[in-house]
Write a protein that binds this ligand. Structure first.
Ligand code: GDP
Length: 421
């Protein structure tokens, strides 16, 4: 493609050399957004360091050591320096390292980071997106606070960093570095770095591909992990006031590079690499999340033959697959329905047959009973007839006897009367 491009020289001023200025103006008026996640045990100096880094007092109340689990607390602030506005979100890991069983301590952190990616992805997938004024809450930098033990990393540190390294730019720092001796600090730093390497933990690499920052970033990388001291207290040093921590034996100056790496951290995090951290978050970590999520949802860039596969085609393929499955389910349900109906029909037929049999049986017994009753009736009628006949004969006999009796009496009377006369 680039072979088709021809270089032409301009014979006069056109004006597109103002494009970078236009970009700067647009970004300045829009404002910037930066989100920091502080991971570290309660009391390790997270809040103090944030206050020291941004030269202000953020609202924070000290957490207790008896939280039942790890929870993330995010607070957003609007800061302004010259004419640049920065929307800063600081996320604290409340209760980190305070539980006896720390196996799941990393989970809420991973979930929080993923939730911010998910929110951005959902906005991106909307038909009506408003990414221009979207409040981006994705974590741009994770400051991992290592306790100044002088020994080595704790397993909680290694496990947590390993779980986070593909999701966020990790910058490891040794907290409260004023509590560790200079010669021990050097050994501690190299021990930490070798442990990170041997455990395959990927920390944020300061970019060295851009000329303007390559040198400073290369020299600063050597000092990782930065050993920092935080304090918002101003102490008079010579004739100047400076942020420091005062001890009976002396003063630790926060911004003195001989005392600690606070300035290095501020340079790297804010002054030199803030934009790269934002960019890496979008192009590396978010991109990875987005890819995995879309693949999980069945989207692909290529078909099984490695040919390009557009979103439209993926959608169509998914739709057809879905419709096919739906059809299959429907067929299965229909078959099941037909089978059930047949089963029910057979059951009903069986019941009908039983009923018929019962009915026939009843009919038969009814007829038998009826016949018996009729026979009985006939018998009774016959008996009745006989009885009637007998009765009639008896009555006849009785009347004949009566007749004979009355004739006798008449004869006897006549006889009596004849004897009187
Ligand atoms: P968080 O719970 O991690 O936010 O810790 P805080 O910032 O509230 O600090 C807890 C305590 O540690 C406070 O008393 C701070 O003054 C102290 N502290 C903070 N930073 C440092 C430091 O760099 N060195 C020392 N020695 N103490 C510090």
């Amino acid at each position: 493609m680039s072979d088709d491009l021809r270089n032409l020289s301009l014979s006069g001023h056109v004006g597109f050399d103002s494009l970078p200025d236009q970009l700067v103006n647009k970004s300045t008026s829009q404002g910037f957004c930066f989100n920091i996640l502080c991971v570290g045990e309660t009391g390790i100096g997270k809040s103090t360091l944030m206050d020291t880094l941004f030269n202000t007092k953020f609202e924070s109340e000290p957490a207790t050591h008896n939280e039942p689990g790890v929870r993330l607390k995010a607070r957003s602030y609007e800061l302004q320096e010259s004419n640049v506005r920065l929307k800063l979100t600081i996320v604290d890991t409340v209760g980190f390292g305070d539980q006896i069983n720390k196996d799941d301590s990393y989970k809420p952190i991973v979930e929080y980071i993923d939730a911010q990616f998910e929110a951005y992805l959902q906005e991106e997938l909307k038909i009506k997106r408003s990414l221009f004024n979207y409040h981006d809450t994705r974590i741009h930098a994770c400051l991992y606070f290592i306790a100044p033990t002088g020994h080595s990393l704790k397993s909680l540190d290694l496990v947590t960093m390993k779980k986070l390294d593909s999701k966020v730019n990790i910058i490891p720092i040794i907290a409260k570095a004023d509590t560790i001796a200079k010669n021990e600090l050097h050994k501690f730093k190299s021990k930490i770095m070798s442990e990170l390497v041997s455990n395959g933990v990927q920390i944020y690499q300061f970019p060295t591909d851009e000329e303007t920052v390559a040198e400073i970033n290369a020299t600063m990388s050597v000092h990782l992990p930065f050993a920092v001291v935080g304090s918002t207290e101003e102490v008079k040093i010579g004739n100047k006031m400076a942020k420091a921590r005062q001890y009976p034996w002396g003063v630790v100056q926060v911004e003195n590079e001989n005392h600690c790496d606070f300035v290095k951290l501020r340079e790297m995090l804010i002054r030199v690499n803030m934009e790269d951290l934002r960019e890496q978050t979008h192009t590396r970590h978010y991109e990875l999340y987005r890819r995995c999520k879309l693949e999980e949802m069945g989207f692909k860039d290529t078909d099984p033959d490695s040919k390009p596969f557009s979103l439209q085609e993926t959608y169509e393929a998914k739709r057809n697959e879905f419709l096919g499955e739906l059809q299959k389910k429907e067929d299965e349900m229909r078959q099941m329905f037909v089978m059930r109906v047949k089963e029910k029909e057979a059951e009903l037929k069986e019941a009908e047959k039983d009923l018929h049999e019962k009915f026939d049986h009843l009919k038969r017994t009814h007829q038998e009973e009826k016949k018996k009753v009729e026979d009985k009736k006939k018998e009774l009628e016959e008996e009745l007839n006989n009885f009637q006949k007998k009765k009639a004969a008896a009555q006849l006999l009785q009347s004949q006897a009566q007749q004979a009796g009355s004739q006798q009496t008449k004869k006897d009377k006549d006889k009596k009367n004849a004897s009187f006369t």
